[in-house]
Design a protein around this ligand. Sequence first.
Ligand SMILES: [Zn+2]
Length: 59
Amino acid sequence: MTVTSRNTTQTCSHCGHILTGKNKLTLADCKWTCPSCGIFHMRDHNVAQNILAKGLATL
Ligand SMILES: [Zn+2]
């Protein structure tokens, strides 16, 4: 199993919603609100949460 970082930036760590199209984050977006569950994210923290979750899933 390989831990992939694919989509970790665009995925809500709370509900799993993936941002697409015009909702996608750019490097300028360091804070965002999930359009699905409404939770507020700090981008880097959300990425860390997603990578951690993927890592744990491979154990
Ligand atoms: Zn969400």
